[in-house]
Design a protein around this ligand. Sequence first.
Ligand code: 5GP
Length: 169
Amino acid sequence: MKVLISNEEIVEISKKIGAKLSEKFAGKFPVVVCVLKGAAPFHAELVKHISIDMEVDYIQVSSYIGKESTGVITFKKDLEVDITGRDVIIVEDIVDTGTTLNALTTELSKRNPNSLTFVSLLDKPSRRKMEAKADYVGKTIDDLFVIGFGLDLDQKYRNLKDVYIYDED
Ligand code: 5GP
């Protein structure tokens, strides 16, 4: 398997995005939400580089495309924090079809946060089924299946420290 993004590069990406978030939310107390399970390693790295006061929370969702082209989402684990009036930063592993990002926007907006900001380590714009744009993207990639650093195939490979292009050999 071939390394697509090394751990060193992920740390650099996290430093850059962490600095931007620290600037943007200076004087605020944002909630930095990890979308389980895939984003857990990236979320853990990113928060190390956020220099302002913040809190963490975790959410787990499963999403699918319903009969309409809008995404439908099921919460497997909901947030603990009441996000009403809060600045919420949502950390994802990858934006692929855009279903998860859209469904999270719809669901979390209903709770009247002050702001919603999406961060994704990876972005595969060529796979979109609906419009979806993260505010901060670590790296844009081609239509490749990737594993490692949180990203799985049948729950395996999340523990790899780099991101790899998955192939059969
Ligand atoms: P969506 O299609 O809703 O934008 O993305 C849903 C989820 O599919 C992502 O959060 C991620 O867990 C998974 N996914 C999308 N592309 C890949 C990929 O290339 N590799 C892995 N391991 N998971 C992916």
